[in-house]
Ligand binder design. Structure first.
Ligand SMILES: [Zn+2]
Length: 57
């Protein structure tokens, strides 16, 4: 059993298990980059989301 298969995506081009990258995952075999940078940015909640005066007081 290979635990990596449970958490790591596979390359859509060659099926190699992809490795972590700061932008998502990438394939060492064919250098395909699965870019999730936009998704990671969307997860961040604005720090002043529930701040006072959001409805004008
Ligand atoms: Zn690949």
């Amino acid at each position: 059993m290979d635990d990596l298969d449970l958490v790591q995506p596979r390359c859509p081009n060659c099926g190699t298990v992809m490795v972590d990258d700061r932008r998502g995952f990438w394939c060492e075999h064919c250098r395909y980059l699965d870019d999730h940078a936009a998704e990671f940015a969307a997860v961040v909640v604005p720090p002043d989301f529930d701040g006072p005066g959001i409805r004008g007081g």
